[in-house]
Ligand binder design. Structure first.
Ligand SMILES: C[S@@+](CC[C@H](N)C(=O)[O-])C[C@H]1O[C@@H](n2cnc3c(N)ncnc32)[C@H](O)[C@@H]1O
Length: 244
């Protein structure tokens, strides 16, 4: 890996740590950042492809909400060739979408992908057999999350699947602290220093707002998803499926 694609954004003391934004500096190091920060990220991508294979129906739409550089889009597209299903990949970071477009253009056989520069709370969702939100809902303001999930439920066809991957919080606080410490140990083992871990935590606080697994499941049930379960968890990172 070249030095420019290694995530060392928080390696030097920053004084006042700025709030985290998905700008060009993050885009350049994003694949390294997410794979060294999120335990199980590669597994979640692989099974996003597996679930796409199982759930994507011919002539329907698949949504990748908060697509970043298109990793989930690529995982889906590799498994749904020949179904005439369109992937609609949405992000509201110009920098992410520009690089995503370049990556998709240089990857053979990506099928039909429409890139949308917009807020996932504002876009229309229809004729969906699969909706993927891998590590995106946690960045949506809390008060907008229920409406977004309600819109997704309405836009999914019967039998359609929603995948939500998130960082979780836990109760009581002692359990939350344990799972955070295990996660920080994972990051240390991935080569991040204590300074990097603590500055990143300060930067992302109040930007990434995690919820408990119970809150996710209750909200999904309230929207109408009766069939929902976590299918993966490692420390304080989890992925859920919900079937309409
Ligand atoms: C952690 S990244 C997602 C990673 C990606 N899904 C993957 O699997 O590699 C979160 C992304 O969500 C985008 N995002 C956050 N809030 C958004 C919103 N309200 N509308 C659209 N995109 C949003 C960010 O710009 C960022 O690219």
């Amino acid at each position: 890996m070249s030095d420019s694609s290694r995530d060392n954004l928080f390696a030097n003391p920053l004084g006042q740590v700025p709030g985290f934004v998905f700008d060009e500096s993050v885009v350049d190091v994003f694949p390294d950042m997410i794979s060294r920060s999120v335990p199980g990220y590669e597994t979640i991508l692989a099974y996003t492809g597996e679930l796409a294979d199982r759930y994507v129906q011919p002539n329907t739409h698949c949504y990748d909400l908060g697509c970043s550089l298109g990793a989930s889009t690529l995982a889906m597209s590799q498994r749904i060739n020949g179904r005439n299903a369109k992937i609609i990949a949405v992000d509201n970071s110009d920098a992410m979408l520009k690089k995503c477009a370049l990556i998709l253009a240089s990857t053979p056989d990506t099928g039909a992908v429409e890139l949308v520069n917009g807020d996932i709370c504002d876009i229309e969702i229809n004729n969906a057999s699969l909706v993927v939100m891998n590590f995106t809902l946690q960045f949506v303001p809390l008060e907008q999350r229920a409406n977004l999930l309600e819109k997704i439920y309405q836009g999914l066809n019967p039998g359609g699947c929603l995948i939500i991957s998130e960082k979780l919080s836990f109760e009581p606080e002692s359990l939350n602290a344990l799972l955070s410490e295990l996660h920080h140990g994972f990051k240390r083992a991935q080569g991040y220093s204590d300074l990097e871990i603590s500055q990143k935590r300060d930067s992302i606080e109040n930007v990434l707002v995690p919820e408990t697994l119970d809150s996710h499941i209750q909200r999904l049930r309230a929207c109408g998803f009766q069939s929902t379960s976590p299918w993966f968890q490692c420390f304080n990172f989890c992925s859920l499926v919900a079937i309409k």
